[in-house]
Write a protein that binds this ligand. Structure first.
Ligand code: ATP
Ligand code: MG
Length: 206
């Protein structure tokens, strides 16, 4: 059976923490493909400022260019309004029903997945793959994993990797403060950011 994963995120910008969990997933779950799925631009009423999707996608394409099992899909970028993970998984499992689908997330998502739209249906369509992230202990993740598994009658895969605690928020803040970030970013992505002068404004702080 073909094994694929969708890796959703804002990717504003994509960083080495993302690539770390993507490569770990490829190897440890023996996946045939990981589809990076940048979230679409929020509806214009949203107060959260995000770099436009075209630029976020450009950075993702640069970051994944060396790995043929990594791809980018514009499905959520093209969708009108907020894109729900459930809808995305439903679309992909309809178009490619023969595939065993996974969805890759960091530990933070495990703690708010309860608020996602149609979680039960979503977890019926794919296996959730959760990575540890600084700020969450292994015990805490285990307890939460068991709670979600029981509540939704599903199986979740938890993978531990050495922490590469990088976040896009931290990168944006460092750039705004004129600090070095190239070592946190996939090769080529730092140049795009520099050339376009991204994240230099003061609207970054969350
Ligand atoms: P932001 O600070 O803007 O929220 P982020 O670094 O969390 O950005 P996202 O685009 O929100 O990046 O993340 C996409 C997915 O990758 C999420 O599931 C998130 O938990 C996971 N992720 C991001 N960074 C890491 C990391 N360093 N280690 C493990 N998982 C990560
Ligand atoms: Mg995040």
């Amino acid at each position: 059976m073909v094994r694929k994963a969708i890796f959703g995120g804002t990717f504003d910008p994509i960083h080495n923490g993302h690539l770390n969990i993507a490569y770990e997933s490829l190897e440890r779950l023996n996946l045939d493909e990981i589809i990076f799925m940048p979230a679409g631009d929020p509806p214009h009423k949203s107060i959260k400022k995000i770099t436009n999707a075209t630029l976020r996608c450009e950075m993702v394409l640069m970051a994944i260019r060396h790995e043929k099992r990594f791809s980018l899909d514009y499905y959520e970028v093209r969708e009108e309004g907020i894109s729900y993970t459930y809808k995305t998984l439903l679309h992909f499992s309809k178009v490619q029903p023969e595939v065993q689908w996974h969805f890759i997330t960091g530990a933070d998502c495990l703690f708010y997945i309860d608020t996602w739209k149609n979680v039960k249906e979503l977890l019926g369509l794919c296996t959730l793959v959760v990575f540890n992230r600084l700020g969450f202990s292994e015990d805490e993740i285990q307890v939460r994993k068991e709670y979600i598994e029981k509540k939704y009658n599903t199986k979740i895969i938890v993978l531990n990797t050495p922490f590469l605690e990088i976040s896009s928020t931290n990168i944006r803040n460092r750039i705004a403060a004129d600090k070095e970030v190239s070592y946190l970013l996939p090769s080529g992505v730092d140049n795009i950011i520099k050339e376009l002068g991204l994240y230099r404004g003061i609207n970054n702080v969350e």
